[in-house]
Design a binder for this molecule. Structure first.
Ligand SMILES: NC(=O)c1ccc[n+]([C@@H]2O[C@H](COP(=O)([O-])OP(=O)(O)OC[C@H]3O[C@@H](n4cnc5c(N)ncnc54)[C@H](O)[C@@H]3O)[C@@H](O)[C@H]2O)c1
Ligand SMILES: O=C(O)CC[C@@H](O)C(=O)O
Length: 630
């Protein structure tokens, strides 16, 4: 057996993302009244043939008979074909073009369509085995050359036998006629290629399923685009994350599963087993217990701002990077806060409720403008400070209180004490982060210090407010109106019930944690968080990670990148470099960044080294995670 196998690839739905006869039908039948029905009949015949229900030769003849095909139609598809390479083939052009491995294209399709693709991939013409169309004098297709074994049942194994190949022969394809190659003994291994279409009988007959070419190359020990096939990296996105994220991550080659709701701890532990990346929003608690049992987890993305639901220290202790989208829904929260203030000031919730009960109460009593009122913002971060600007533009006077030093925007006035802010504000709005120390920072005492008849808003985190105390303050009339978007206990899914002491109170607006739930924000979050994940997985870049040292890195090129996350303890870098030197690795570049808990070392090395040596690096004491990229 030679060291490198001969790789035989099917064409339709393997090297390219289309089925030739269906694509030709689209071209030839464009505008025809029966186009849809004919196309469906052709697709059904393709499926029957590829699933092994009818012979390939028979299906080919029946499909050709359904189509008024001409030379021009075939030429049109031939011109499009090189642009229709399957995504993983496009990624691995180098594999084909270097010519290091013998490649054969074996297809029941047509030479005119396959030839330009073979040329683009650098596969010689004598290594393209396929059918030849026969035309009449007017350029109409009349059939295929019947002398060619590929126009008949079991044509593929016969065509391969004709090549007299020696050494290991590997067949890659999506159809039953590809599986037949191995079953007939013409190949040593068969990979069912499922990137474009997955046919269960073909997968069952295969030695292995390959969701991308990367997987085939990895399994065969051949140099592919990536150190590890991305399609084998599982991503689990919970809580109805916007489809733009799924699209972006799948387009980059990863396998993505989604779920609508959140999971409780035990279910999450179960679900996260074997998962490399977890995506959540605010309702999934990622505890130390979850992280301890997440055997493959590399990264968690919070597709929102808050990360209080994740045990960030535990994640760092396991070398798991955590990302969020700190600014993508800021504006949405600010706009909702402004809207809520206006409707509360105008007594709209009660007036609207009365109208639903048939009561017409046209009155200005208790209805006020925002203009000239004082807004007290508690927590002057991204949301608080943007709200400050918009509120001033509406003519409000802005005070703020923050634990940290913050730049006062416009004419906003910083208050050194929360109580002073409470005493002066007509509206108090909370925008603090969800750190554990903020639990119940707003209770009876704080409501008692607010102005009589003031309004109160919480769009930050539910645990920050003692809702019982708020209900009492509303009941006593001290607080004239309130809007609450976040709650200490929130339902995991839309199907679960909601209960709160705030229900049924007058001039109380309750919203189901939708401050950041706008289409614009969700799409922006999806794109931002997906990019952070891809930067980390593909380059090792930790920019914007909320628990690992931030290192911004370019794409690795001409080198292999070794990524090592370790406990921040003395001597790890020295040991790592000793191990690298002992293994004879030539270092091209190295970065180290540490935080209180962990260190992150990125080492780019010459590609030429003994892969076995990498095992030593994993054994360096203090190692939390180690991986390579190329
Ligand atoms: N309702 C929603 O849908 C929604 C959407 C987005 C964000 N949020 C929440 O809104 C809050 C604010 O988000 P952000 O992006 O502005 O966060 P941020 O981190 O930019 O700002 C938070 C600010 O609060 C300050 N702070 C923390 N604790 C404080 C305290 N006890 N007293 C005074 N100041 C304190 C911090 O110093 C910081 O300046 C977060 O809790 C976030 O999770 C809710
Ligand atoms: O969309 C969510 O679940 C959370 C929104 C918000 O609270 C955030 O932290 O960004």
């Amino acid at each position: 057996m030679s060291a490198r196998p001969t790789m035989i690839f099917d064409f339709d739905s393997t090297l390219v993302d289309f089925e030739t006869l269906e694509a030709l039908a689209d071209i030839a039948l464009a505008g025809a009244p029966d186009a849809e029905a004919t196309r469906a009949r052709i697709a059904a015949l393709t499926d029957q043939a590829m699933g092994g229900e009818i012979g390939f030769g028979e299906a080919l003849r029946q499909r050709l008979a359904l189509l008024p095909l001409t030379r021009d139609h075939v030429a049109t598809l031939a011109a499009q074909a090189p642009d229709r390479l399957t995504a993983s083939v496009r990624r691995n052009l180098g594999f084909f073009q270097t010519g290091a491995v013998e490649v054969v294209i074996l297809s029941g399709g047509f030479r005119e369509v396959i030839a330009p693709v073979a040329q683009a991939l650098g596969v010689p013409a004598d290594r393209v085995l396929c059918n030849d169309l026969v035309y009449d004098d007017d350029g109409r297709v009349t059939g295929v050359d019947g002398a060619n074994p590929l126009s008949h049942a079991e044509g593929k194994p016969r065509a391969i036998h004709g090549l007299n190949l020696t050494g290991r022969v590997v067949m890659v394809g999506d159809g039953w006629n590809d599986a037949e190659v191995k079953l007939a003994g013409a190949a040593d291994a068969f990979y069912a290629f499922t990137e474009v279409v997955r046919r269960a009988p073909v997968v069952e007959a295969a030695d292995a399923e390959a969701a991308s070419l990367d997987e085939v190359l990895h399994a065969e020990g051949l140099a592919g685009r990536w150190s590890f096939p991305r399609s084998r990296m599982r991503m689990l996105l919970l809580e109805n994350i916007h489809p733009a994220a799924v699209e972006r991550l799948e387009e980059a080659g990863y396998t993505v599963e989604t779920m609508k709701g959140a999971l409780d701890e035990d279910d999450l532990i179960e679900a996260v087993r074997g998962v490399h990346v977890l995506g959540i929003r605010s309702k999934t608690t990622v505890s130390r217990r979850v992280l301890e049992q997440a055997d493959k987890l590399m990264a968690v993305a919070a597709f929102c701002i808050g990360t209080n639901q994740i045990d960030l220290d535990a994640a760092a202790d396991h070398g798991v990077a955590v990302f969020n989208a700190p600014y993508s829904n800021t504006r949405s929260v600010v706009e909702l806060a402004i809207g809520l203030m206006i409707v509360l000031m105008r007594d709209v919730p009660d007036k609207s409720a009365a109208m639903h009960l048939g009561k017409w109460n046209k009155s200005a009593t208790g209805s006020r403008e925002l203009r000239g009122k004082t807004l007290g913002i508690v927590g002057y971060g991204a949301i608080g400070s943007q709200l400050s600007v918009l509120a001033e533009n509406l003519g409000m006077r802005v005070l703020f209180y923050d634990l940290s030093e913050r730049l006062a925007l416009g004419n906003a006035r910083r208050m050194r004490a929360l109580d002073a802010l409470l005493a002066e504000s007509d509206v108090v709005t909370l925008h603090v982060d969800g750190r554990a120390e903020n639990k119940a920072i707003f209770g009876a005492a704080q409501f008692g210090r607010m102005k009589e008849g003031a309004l109160f808003l919480n769009l930050s985190r539910g645990h920050v407010v003692d809702v019982g105390a708020l209900a009492q303050a509303m009941g006593s009339g001290r607080i004239a109106g309130a809007a609450v978007d976040v709650f200490p206990e929130e339902p995991r899914t839309n199907a679960d019930p909601f209960e709160s002491p705030l229900q049924g109170l007058r001039n109380m607006i309750l919203t189901p944690h939708i401050g950041g739930s706008t289409e614009e924000a969700q799409e922006a979050i999806a794109e931002f968080a997906a990019e952070r994940l891809l930067g980390y997985l593909n380059r090792g870049d930790t920019t914007f990670s909320v628990n690992l040292p931030n290192v911004q890195l370019a794409e690795v090129s001409g080198a292999h990148r070794l990524l090592h996350i370790h406990r921040n303890q003395p001597g790890v870098l020295a040991e790592l470099n000793q191990a690298l030197a002992a293994a004879g690795l030539n270092i091209l570049g190295q970065h180290l960044k540490t935080s209180e808990r962990v260190g992150y070392v990125i080492t780019d090395v010459d590609r030429d080294y003994d892969r076995e040596a990498l095992g030593v690096l994993k054994a360096v004491p203090g190692t939390l995670k180690f991986r390579t990229l190329h």
